[in-house]
Design a protein around this ligand. Structure first.
Ligand code: ZN
Length: 168
């Protein structure tokens, strides 16, 4: 079952995996998330009731070489567009935990992340476009942030909406 908002597990920061416990948790997560993959772009562990920092994301979605990838303890370390103009773009995002709704969400189009793989090795990687968007959505989940939260606070879209309301 996918956990639906509002639910405490979706709004809390997930727990970092350790070398001594990651194998069992990651394998359980892979098994439990399997049946939810159809039509999904990514699944964070807390969406299936596991409060740990890992997710799977569909990379190269819609392309010839699309595949599911697991990210353990992911952390976004560089967001270039926070230091230069451009690189932000809005797209309507949906979330398995908020069925039937979509939120116009602004994301970075290029990110660098550091995570651990299934051997618990540290990996640095850069991602663009849709891959970067999916990763940001999922890392937000692990930090207890949903697209409905971003929508209302970070980018002032609510304000924009209310201005439109006044005009019409
Ligand atoms: Zn989501």
């Amino acid at each position: 079952m996918i956990v639906k908002a509002p639910n405490e597990i979706l709004s809390k920061r997930c727990e970092t995996l350790r070398r001594h416990n990651y194998v069992g948790i990651a394998n359980t997560f892979i098994k439990k998330s399997w049946k939810h993959r159809d039509g999904a772009c990514g699944i964070a562990a807390n969406q299936i009731n596991m409060p740990y920092r890992l997710f799977i994301g569909k990379m190269n979605k819609g392309g010839k070489h699309q595949f599911w990838k697991i990210f353990i303890n992911p952390r976004i370390v560089i967001k270039p567009s926070s230091t230069k103009i451009g690189g932000w773009f809005p797209i309507n995002e949906e979330c398995l935990s908020i069925p039937g709704k979509s939120y116009n969400t602004i994301r970075e189009d290029h990110i660098t992340i550091v995570y651990r793989d299934m051997d618990f090795k540290i990996v640095w990687a850069t991602y663009d476009n849709m891959n970067a968007r999916i990763i940001q959505h999922e890392v937000d989940h692990l930090n207890g942030t949903l697209i409905s939260d971003i929508h209302q606070t970070e980018f002032g879209l609510e304000k924009h909406k209310s201005i439109n309301k006044e005009v019409s």
